[in-house]
Design a protein around this ligand. Sequence first.
Ligand SMILES: [Fe+2]
Length: 165
Amino acid sequence: MTDTITAAPATTSVWGPDVAAGAARFLQPLVVNLTAMSVDGKQAHWHVRGPSFIAVHEFLDVYVDHVREWADLVAERVVALGLPVDGRTGTVAADTTTPALRDGFQSVPDTIAQVVAQIDATLEILHTGIEALEEIDAASQDVLVEIERGLVKDRWFLHAHIATA
Ligand SMILES: [Fe+2]
């Protein structure tokens, strides 16, 4: 006969505080960067001009949807492990490693170069995290692998607009 559960578990994490904190170290920076990219992706969507305008303008909305979904995926992994995340605007502005976009209207090549630079800054965090999480938490690593795959694909879709061959 099994014991009756009489009390709620002490933590919402089944893995304990060490795994949660270890994983959160690599997930929090992604919440920040992906949130920054969702805001800047809209800025790029509004201000792009020139040949291939409609394709780039429309794809940037798809990209914004993706980075918003991925920010949610990462943030909820941390919360599911039992820790809070910090996605406040002040924290995002202070901590993001994405290079700032220039203000005002931008050509298609300049828009893509700036968005790709933000993607590359975030891929660096993803690659560091994927390597480190191998030893800490495979499920969190899996979240990062999924995002890496999608982000590299979006990078390709953007870069293809300005590639010459
Ligand atoms: Fe729009």
